[in-house]
Design a protein around this ligand. Structure first.
Ligand code: AKG
Length: 284
């Protein structure tokens, strides 16, 4: 599938599935990095988190292997077309359904932004199948086209849901407005997913990524990662610190007046901050 076909499918259905992007070694590395965090983790605190599910939150701060997944090039390519420049990481978590887990309530991932539906795109979610997603083990269920619904709820409106059955290493990418839920796990094994969610650069992310990866640690991150964590601005000034781009807190070259392309971009962004209403594509 080309990027344009992926985007068209996404617009039509509200989601697109990209199959088998991660090989076994990449999945194993993620599972190994997750293991110490899952070990003493209690089951979910309510039906939404899942009483027979284990979740680990804030994965952006739990290792480079997770950061690599968060900025997977195929996902970044889609997000660059679906959201505004300097889109943000909203949350990143693992969701392991254990045998006996029941289906979640239908929900959308942008429900907490109090803007009436239908509305412009606010967020994009991804759910990576780290183990095979099957009909029996709780594959995510989605309602195609429901991202365009107004205020209706799936419990009150006829609909045809489908299960996102996909081999391990695949990912479903969906509009934050799409109705979906985790399925029930009737299998004897677990179903492990990693679920990064992203949002427009002018919204408050679900997790406080700047605390999860503070400036000293962000210095070691890729430019893209810093940007999605919030070391960036939505012009002219959303995200600023002291009237300037927060990137200056993590980039040692920032003040040196152009030793790197990054610094030049960042400096340009600072100038934008001083001129509210100036060119909106002048961002850093
Ligand atoms: O586990 C899943 O398949 C979906 C979970 C989900 O949609 C959520 O918790 O927001």
């Amino acid at each position: 599938m080309t990027l344009d076909v992926e985007l068209e499918t996404f617009e039509q259905q509200g989601f697109v599935i990209l199959e088998s992007l991660l090989d076994a070694a990449e999945r194993d590395a993620l599972v190994r990095a997750l293991a110490p965090h899952e070990r003493d983790r209690p089951m979910g605190r309510n039906d939404f988190e899942g009483q027979q599910s284990r979740r680990v939150y804030s994965l952006a701060g739990k290792g480079e292997v997770f950061q690599r997944l968060l900025e997977h090039p195929r996902i970044v390519a889609l997000l660059d077309r679906l959201l505004l420049p300097n889109w943000l990481l909203s949350t990143s978590q693992s969701i392991r359904l254990y045998p006996g887990e029941t289906a979640q309530a239908w929900h959308t991932d942008d429900a907490f932004y109090l803007i009436p539906r239908p509305r412009g795109r606010l967020a994009v979610s991804t759910i990576w199948a780290i183990e095979d997603f099957t009909v029996e083990n709780g594959a995510t269920e989605v309602i195609p086209g429901s991202h365009r619904w107004a205020q209706e709820h799936p419990d009150e409106r006829p609909h045809q849901a489908i299960k996102a059955v996909m081999p391990a290493g695949s990912v479903i990418v969906f509009d934050g407005a799409l109705w979906h839920r985790g399925g029930d796990n009737r299998s004897p094994a677990t179903r492990l997913a990693l679920s990064p969610q992203y949002c427009q650069p002018w919204l408050r992310p679900q997790e406080s990524q700047l605390l999860i990866v503070p400036p000293a640690r962000a210095a070691a991150c890729s430019p893209r990662m810093r940007s999605m964590l919030g070391y960036s601005i939505h012009p002219p000034f959303i995200g600023q610190v002291d009237g300037m781009n927060p990137l200056r807190l993590v980039d040692p070259d920032y003040h040196t007046g152009g030793r790197s392309q990054l610094s030049r971009e960042a400096a340009a962004a600072d100038r934008v901050l001083y001129r509210p209403g100036s060119k909106m594509d002048d961002h850093g």
